[in-house]
Every structure is written in C-alpha cells, then in structure tokens.
Design a protein around this ligand. Sequence first.
Ligand code: UDP
Length: 366
Amino acid sequence: MKYDYLVVGSGLYGAVFAQEAKKAGKKVLVIDKRPQIAGNVYTKEIEGINVHIYGAHIFHTNNKKVWEYVNRFAEFNRFTNSPVANYHGELYSLPFNMYTFNKMWGVVTPEEAEAKIEEQKKAAGIKEPKNLEEQAISLVGTDIYEKLIKGYTEKQWGRPCDQLPAFIIKRLPVRLTFDNNYFNALYQGIPIGGYTKMVANLLERIEVRLEEDYLKDKENYDAMADKVIYTGPIDAYFGYSLGTLEYRSVRFETEVLDKPNFQGNAAVNYTDRETPWTRIIEHKWFEFGTQPKTVISREYSSEWKPGDEPYYPVNDEKNGALYQEYKKLADKESKIIFGGRLGEYKYYDMDAVIASALDMAEKELR
Ligand code: UDP
C-alpha cells in the first residue's frame, strides 16, 4: 500500500482529516472529481471579488476549539450576516427580531411583539408543533409565516411546509431584541482572501489529485491505501442499490454588473412564492469590497436528480429511514469511513463538519 489514507473529496471534512493525518505522520492522498479543491466552500476571484461559487458560506460557531482551529489556517474578518427579506418589494429584517416585528405590526416594545405572536399562535390552535409550518407559526405567528417563511421554504425545499421537519426552521433565531445578526454564535466571520485559500492551507504539503472520480475506478483506488475517507453521497457509494436519497440542488445565475452596488447587502431573500429565485447574493459585501464592479448570484432551488450536484439532504422521516439502511451497509465496510454532509446525509454547518472531522481524526489516529 502506498498510502495510509485515501481521502475522497477535498471539502472541509476531507481537508481537515487530511491535515490531521498528515500531522500524525501518515501518508495521505486526497482526490477530488472537480477541477479544483474545497468542495462547496470553493471561492473564485472575479473582478477582484471572492465569489462563493457553490453558494454563500458564512462561518459561525460557538465551538471555541473549532474557531481556534480555523484561525490557524485563515484570518477571519468581522462580517456579521444580516440578510434582508424582500416580500413583493416590502423589506424586512432577518432573523426574526424587533425590527421585523415593528415593520410587520407597528409594535414598539418586546411585550407588544410577544403578545402579537401569542395571539396568532393561539388563533392557529397549535400546541405541540409537528412540522415546519406549525413550528414556524408557534415561533413567530401567522403573518410572518405567510410573508417571510412559507414562500421561501416551499421554493427552497419543493415541498409544502406541513410536510417538512420542524428542525429546519429552528435554525433561525427569534429574538425580542433589536439585533439583526442572523446567527446565535460567539464567533463569526469570512476568511480574508476566500475559503479556497483556507482549504489550500489545510492541504499544504499533502498530495492532491484533481479530476479523479473515485466511484468510477473504486477497486484501483482502494488498492492504493489502507483506509479510505469517503465524503461523497452515501447512496452513490452503494450504486443507489437501496434507492436514491432525496437532495435539493441549487442552480446559480452569476452576473458581473458594471456598478459598485446592486442591493446594498450580501444576502437578500425573496420570500414570496412568485419570484422564481430564493435569494440573491452580492459577494463583495462579505469582504466589504470597494471594487468598481459587483458580482451577484441568483439562487434557484430544484429537486436533485442523478447527474446534478447535491447540496441539501432532505432530512425528513422517509429519507432518514433510507439513510439508516445505507448506514448499516456502510458500517460493514471496514476499510471505509463515511463523513461530511453527503457521506452522513446530514444538514451540517461548516463548524459542525469540522468538529466531526476532528473527532473522527482523533479516534482514528489515536
Ligand atoms: N427560511 C425562511 N425564510 C428566510 C430564510 C430562511 O423561511 O428568509 C427558512 C427556510 O425553510 C430555510 C430555513 O429557514 O430552509 C433555514 O435557513 P438557512 O438560512 O439556515 O438556510 P441555508 O443558508 O442553509 O440555505
């Protein structure tokens, strides 16, 4: 065997494991089927702006160990995510906070806002929320659900809100304070110079081969290393033998505009059902850009089909049950470790992926 570890996929999970294995004196090879490293955190410079090619990534965490870890590989700026919601041209602050409630209802105090939410929740008759719709109404009431959640969520997930798991909406904070910070996180920022540079630093002095498709030549790749860290989709690994897990895919329409400022904010969410895109990202604002031009990406969500890029696992009951069947098969593959958003079919944030790769590395390399 030429390598101790073959890492399939150079996204955050793979790059962090590779870094740890290399540090422990192991021989590591990283392969990726794309022509570049960094998985979906890949950023590319266009007009002097770091463009988040596979969708916006804002690093945020409460995990001090993870924060200190990433800071060894990148310097972070002080970006705070504060998306704006656009509902048919009406603008609201996100996440749901006193600015949102004031604009929606004219309420001024936290007590008034709370009473309004309580009144709407009561009218809807929800006691124990069983799905995303009920969860949303019980958190913020029907008006906000109708204007800022329902349309966006149905576009994003392609399913009615009463058929989606409640946990998805619990990602967003609800606050009775004037605070537009989208995340409840102690630490937040964007790596200065882009994520690709951070991943390149993680992979420094590690052999990386691009445009290599593991699943197309699995036997040969497996013969190269004692163990394989596989970060691709778990169902693809098993040739979809038990059926396909559902994913949402995203299509980006990216444009360079000959003006310095298009929307005045990094993210604007289009929360009505009629606008076909879910959000527009204006990349320069992640790094307080002063370039004369701007680059924007409209995001369109679609159901994944074979050949598309998978982005979001649809973590509902049906897919959860199928994943458990794949997991049983995975546990029998003694040489392969499955990890990351696709390998574990889990709606992981970046910090959680890093924490999970570090945990695994600690056990594996001990
Ligand atoms: N969401 C919403 N309206 C918004 C933003 C988010 O209803 O303006 C809901 C939607 O269901 C979405 C979920 O909250 O899928 C989680 O949003 P988040 O911003 O965490 O999604 P991501 O950035 O991972 O796509």
